[in-house]
Design a protein around this ligand. Structure first.
Ligand code: ADP
Ligand code: MG
Length: 337
């Protein structure tokens, strides 16, 4: 055997020991937002491709504006039942459950109202009271009828999964990465951050939460195997002729943009879907009710940022939370059980 080929296995071994872990990244636009995923591992490139494909598959099922989606079919069925996939059935069931859990603060049938405000198209306006009342009359997640493989809404009622679809897609993307053997990844699905494992060096992922005014992080959370999802009315809003600012998260009881003294709600938990649903719902609830919700359910942690820049964190985050540079002066209150 020639000398060089005898050395080859040794050279390969040395190279693999010296080379850094294979890191791969992928960015793409889906679900109306920019998504970025990075991960480590031998199959990283294939894993990222498969994760993106899964997100796109769910987007194709759930887009409220794509005429070929299952949600579009449900929204335009004129009161008839429509066939739906297992994925759609599962998220609709979960959306209704979270609606019940949050006393209707999350309502997946709010679409007729969001449309009136123009949040779905960008043609923003303040709707007249009469139109708002008519649209509100169509809202109510309890009206959604689900049976195996089928869903039905009363005529005129419409579902929009904007408040939890990204979180659900994040969980699915994480599951795909795991199937490909990935043990370390960070997914940023338009502000919904999901961490798989820890960083390749074993340290925790550091996830920032934004101060809306300057778009810099006011705090950092150290997480492993967790989702960090923030909702606030600064993400999508418009300014009306009278100078008033209206945000995209609406109170299902009034049909109006939420205005309750909170700038943002960040939920930290095991599952993206629950964190996403709760971040929207607890933003609607307001600080006091959100804290009560945490005390009742105990299946998540959170960071609240008020209009006065007062920060509340739940006690489970204490060791993993720090204020960012430039924000050391913020008042932080730890909420206990
Ligand atoms: P983002 O999608 O910007 O991360 P959210 O997860 O908070 O923010 O979802 C907000 C979206 O959910 C809105 O754009 C709208 O489509 C929908 N929505 C707004 N208010 C509610 C609500 N109270 N319940 C359910 N869906 C809502
Ligand atoms: Mg949400």
């Amino acid at each position: 055997m020639p000398r060089a080929s005898r050395l080859l296995p040794l050279i390969c071994l040395l190279l693999s020991l010296c080379a850094p872990a294979l890191a791969a990244q992928r960015g793409f636009f889906a679900m109306d937002t920019y998504m970025a995923v990075s991960c480590e591992g031998e199959n990283a490139e294939e894993a990222l491709e498969a994760a993106e494909a899964r997100v796109r598959e769910l987007e194709a099922l759930w887009s409220a504006t794509d005429e070929n989606s299952e949600i579009y079919a449900l929204d335009h069925a004129g009161g008839e039942a429509v066939a739906i996939s297992a994925d759609t059935e599962a998220i609709l069931r979960f959306g209704a459950e979270m609606g019940a859990r949050t006393g209707g603060c999350l309502d997946i049938t709010l679409y007729p109202v969001s449309r009136l405000w123009g949040f779905t198209t960008g043609d923003y306006r303040v709707p007249p009271e009469t139109e708002l009342a008519a649209a509100l009359a169509l809202v109510g997640y309890e009206q959604l009828e689900l049976s195996p493989g089928a869903a039905r809404l009363p005529e005129g009622a419409q579902v929009d999964l904007g408040a939890l679809g990204k979180g659900w897609a994040g969980d699915e993307a994480v599951a795909v990465l795991r199937e490909y053997g990935v043990t370390s990844a960070l997914l940023d699905l338009g502000g919904n951050v999901q961490a798989l494992g820890s960083k390749a060096d074993g340290s925790a992922w550091r996830v920032g939460v934004i101060m809306p005014e300057d778009q810099t992080n006011f705090c950092v959370l150290e997480v492993r195997d967790a989702a960090v999802v923030t909702s606030g009315n600064y993400e999508r809003f418009f300014t009306a002729d009278d100078g008033a600012v209206y945000g995209h998260i609406l109170d299902p009881k009034t049909g109006a943009p939420v205005e309750n003294g909170l700038k943002s709600v960040t939920i930290v938990g095991a599952e993206g879907k629950k964190c996403d649903a709760l971040s929207t719902a607890l933003f609607v609830m307001g600080a006091d009710a959100a804290i009560e919700h945490w005390r009742t359910y105990r299946d998540f942690e959170m960071v609240l940022l008020t209009e006065e820049n007062v920060v509340y964190i739940t006690e489970g985050l204490q060791g993993d939370f720090s204020l960012a540079q430039g924000y050391e002066g913020l008042a932080v209150t730890v909420v206990s059980r």
